[in-house]
Design a protein around this ligand. Structure first.
Ligand code: FMN
Length: 188
């Protein structure tokens, strides 16, 4: 397989694991795309609460999985090229670390590197209601170059199920990276 794109999908410990699973499945099937995963310990905990899914099914979508503690893994270096990073869902803790550049794990470091290298960084921050701290961190990350995409699916395509809602929003994220998908019918 010739690699034309590498994408990092990072999953942190906020609610919304269904989005992460949909993204992993879709990205794992894009021809020529090498999918790298970073899954925080918090994400593993939330996953257990939210889904009756064997975690192995999620893990098998990735071509490479990196331990959050391994700050020597390839995504920690700017000289390792990739086409974009998605943090979905993005916890307020990870958002804060990314917005302030004080992250201590691989997820935060990879996002920091993605910003400094001016590569696409999509954050899907999930919390409600939002405090001033959360809002300021989102603005800070946006100003540093991140795309802030709170998981707010549209209803105008009349989703008939949660799966359809999730697929539509996952499709919107893939569009940000110029990736093909058939997750929903785009407005025309
Ligand atoms: C079931 C569950 C749901 C959670 N949902 C959220 C959430 O929606 N947003 C958030 O910011 N934190 C949420 N948390 C808290 C984070 O998981 C926690 O702050 C964690 O330390 C985040 O670290 P991480 O970003 O490294 O995964 C949740 C925790 C649990 C156990």
């Amino acid at each position: 397989m010739s690699i034309s794109k590498r994408i990092i999908l990072a999953i942190s410990g906020a609610s919304g694991m269904a989005y992460a699973c949909q993204l992993a499945r879709s990205l794992g099937q894009v021809p020529g795309l090498e999918l790298h995963g970073i899954i925080s310990n918090g994400a593993r905990e939330v996953f257990r609460h939210e889904l009756d899914l064997d975690p192995q099914e999620l893990l098998s979508c990735f071509h490479f999985l990196h331990e959050p503690a391994n700050i020597a893994a390839p995504p920690a270096s700017g000289s390792w090229e990739h086409s974009g990073m998605i943090v979905c869902p993005c916890s307020m803790a990870s958002l804060a670390a990314i917005a302030t550049g004080v992250g201590t794990n691989l997820l935060h470091r990879a996002a920091d590197v993605t910003l400094k290298e001016r590569r696409p960084l999509i954050l899907v921050p999930r919390e409600t209601p939002l405090s001033e701290i959360h809002l300021r961190n989102m603005l800070r990350a946006h100003r540093a170059g991140a795309v802030i995409m709170p998981p707010c699916p549209g209803f105008y395509h009349r989703p008939g199920s949660i799966d359809q809602l999730v697929a539509q929003f996952a499709g919107r994220i893939l569009e940000q990276l110029g990736l093909p998908h058939d997750l929903y019918t785009r407005w025309s």
